[in-house]
Design a protein around this ligand. Sequence first.
Ligand SMILES: Nc1ncnc2c1ncn2[C@@H]1O[C@H](COP(=O)(O)OP(=O)(O)O)[C@@H](O)[C@H]1O
Ligand SMILES: N[C@@H](CCC(=O)OP(=O)(O)O)C(=O)O
Length: 377
Amino acid sequence: MSKKTIVVKLGTSVLTGGKTRLDRAHMIELVRQCQHLHQQGHRVVLVSSGAIAAGRELIKLGHSKLSISEKQMLAAVGQCRLIRVWDNLFALYELKVGQLLLTRADLEDRERYLNARDALQAVLEHGIVPIINENDAVATNEIKVGDNDNLSARVAMLADADHLLLLTDQRGLFTADPRKHPDAQLIKEVKIIDDTLRRLAGDSVSGLGTGGMYTKLQAADIARRAGINVTIAAGRAEAVIERVINGEEVGTRFPGLVNPLEHRKLWILAGPPAQGKITIDEGASRAILERGSSLLPKGIKDVSGDFHRGAVLNIYNPEQQLIARGLSRYKAEDLRVLQGHHSDQIESLLGYQYGDVAIHRDDLVVTQLANDGDIFK
Ligand SMILES: Nc1ncnc2c1ncn2[C@@H]1O[C@H](COP(=O)(O)OP(=O)(O)O)[C@@H](O)[C@H]1O
Ligand SMILES: N[C@@H](CCC(=O)OP(=O)(O)O)C(=O)O
């Protein structure tokens, strides 16, 4: 059997079993599975939530609505406790762990990205199990990835993983939130992540997790476009990690694209948050979605935000559905002047020009049609 790299994301829901303490008995079972895979030569990377939950175990604040600084304090205290528990449990199986705490900046800046990648590879090459979390104690909202589902998709890319396994308190993605709709059905395989599917995925209602199924779908979308197989499954299902890596049909599966997006496009999709938003007309939407065309100024109906040339923009159709992301060839001020005009007027309207298109097809990633990636080739 070929040796694989698997990134396992463990939600707070899995680590606490829905309670307010880390569930060590279950954590040891997860460690046993990791050790088993490790013994077979596979590489396991853990993205572990639970710092704030572990902090709450130690510091009793007497109220549940936490301020930002209280969360930072709980994360600072809790991350120590969390990693100590993991360290002790892996030590029982004679495995070493290495802690990596990341923020968005570590993944967006090329130099920091390469640094993080080298560190992760070095840890793996020494047979150590990396345990990753967001650096919640110092990361403010502006510099955070914000949830560990999205973080784990970036980690899977960083680790050049074969598989991303998102473990949670449900058996997978259902047709509706099973907490509110007990008759909802499990979706076994997803090949297209579109708006209809996104509408099925709700937020977290337990008060423990962050983002619910919505952020898991975002993570699945990014990772599968990078060619990584993704599974959402129950963290408490028997031998779940081993079964997934053995190719068993567990939870909801999202097969990785056979023709993954190139790095540049993945960066546009998963890199910095959008700095502006443009709304385009029906004709331009069709040209982008159906023919993989560039976006011309003529098709732009509205520009919002204040951004520079080269900024990442979210592109919406007339129904205000997000259909694509792309890098703008012009700053916001210029696009406002150019919107609705033919490209041969650019020079006369601005007094200079950077080419005919507002966003070139090479700088454009469609978010609505995540089925085959053909138009990106
Ligand atoms: N369509 C859906 N299918 C399954 N779960 C859903 C769905 N929509 C919303 N959820 C909610 O997502 C929750 C899991 O996400 P979350 O609470 O963030 O957990 P974790 O800590 O594992 O990230 C579930 O407990 C469930 O209530
Ligand atoms: N970084 C945070 C967890 C953030 C998060 O995404 O939580 P979850 O939805 O439970 O995976 C922590 O360690 O508490």
